[in-house]
Design a protein around this ligand. Structure first.
Ligand code: DC
Length: 223
C-alpha cells in the first residue's frame, strides 16, 4: 500500500519540529526530523576534526560515518553515529553552526537523500526540513511551508534557551537566526524555498494550539 507523506519545510525557529511532531502524534504517523540527520553528520565531522566548510574533506569522510535513526519506546527519534546515541549532543549550539555549513555541500545532501526517501516509502510520515517538498519528497501528499517573522522566531528560540538553562541575549539569537536564514536560502544546493504546490502557514500571530489546529486542518483537507 502506498504510504502518505506530509512535507513541512521552513526556516529555523518557525516551530516546525514541535508542530510536526505533535501533528504526527495526532495522525499516528512517523515523525522524521531531517535536521537531526544533518546535525549527526556535523557531529561526526567535528569529532574527526574536519573543517565543516571544506566540501572535499567532508565528502571524503562520509563513508566513515554510519548514521542511523532509532525510534525509542518513548516514540522519540534518536540519532546514532557509528552505534553511539548522539541525540543530546547534536543540539549543542556549536553543532548547529556546523550543521548549517555541512548541509550546504551537494555530496552530503546526495548521501542522505535515499535514507530520507526510504523512510517515507515504508511509513506514513510527517517529515520536516528545508527541501522536503522541493527535493526529497516532490510527490508528497501534503506540502506545508511553515514560517513566522524573524523577530517572533528569535523570541521563541530565546525563551527555549532560557528554559533549557542555557540563556543567550535576544540580539545575539536574532542575529544568528538571520545569518542561518541567509545561508539556508542562498546556498546553491537545495536552498530553502517554498515549493510551488506548498501551502504557506504563517504562525507569527498564532499560539501553539492555534498553529497546530491550522496545520492539522490543512493536512486533513488534503488526505
Ligand atoms: O532544522 P535544524 O535546525 O535541526 O537543521 C539543522 C541544519 O540542517 C540547518 O542549518 C539546515 C540544515 N537542513 C537542511 O539543509 N535540510 C534539511 N532537510 C534539514 C536541515
Amino acid at each position: 500500500m502506498r504510504q502518505i507523506s506530509v512535507a513541512i519545510d521552513g526556516p529555523s525557529g518557525a516551530g516546525k519540529s514541535t508542530l510536526a511532531r505533535a501533528a504526527a502524534g495526532e495522525l499516528h504517523y512517523l515523525y522524521v526530523d531531517t535536521g537531526a540527520i544533518y546535525r549527526t553528520i556535523a557531529c561526526g565531522l567535528r569529532r574527526l576534526g574536519v573543517d565543516p566548510k571544506d566540501a572535499a574533506a567532508a565528502a571524503a569522510a562520509l563513508g566513515g560515518l554510519r548514521v542511523e535513526i532509532r525510534y525509542g519506546e518513548d516514540g522519540l527519534q534518536h540519532m546514532e553515529l557509528n552505534g553511539e546515541d548522539v541525540t543530546g549532543e547534536i543540539r549543542l549550539p556549536e553543532v548547529s553552526a556546523c550543521a548549517s555549513a555541512v548541509s550546504a555541500h551537494p555530496a552530503v545532501r546526495a548521501h542522505l537523500l535515499e535514507m530520507q526517501r526510504e523512510l517515507a516509502r515504508k511509513e506514513n510520515v510527517v517529515m520536516d526540513g528545508r527541501d522536503i517538498g522541493t527535493v526529497v519528497l516532490p510527490d508528497a501528499d501534503v506540502k506545508i511551508f511553515l514560517t513566522a517573522s524573524p523577530e517572533v522566531r528569535a523570541r521563541r528560540r530565546f525563551l527555549e534557551l532560557e528554559q533549557r538553562g542555557t540563556p543567550e541575549c535576544y540580539e545575539k539569537v536574532l542575529a544568528e537566526l538571520l545569518r542561518r536564514d541567509y545561508d539556508d536560502t542562498h546556498r546553491a544546493a537545495a536552498p530553502l524555498r517554498q515549493a510551488e504546490d506548498a501551502v504557506l502557514l504563517d504562525t507569527t500571530k498564532l499560539s501553539f494550539e492555534e498553529s497546530l489546529g491550522e496545520l492539522l486542518r490543512l493536512i486533513r483537507e488534503k488526505i
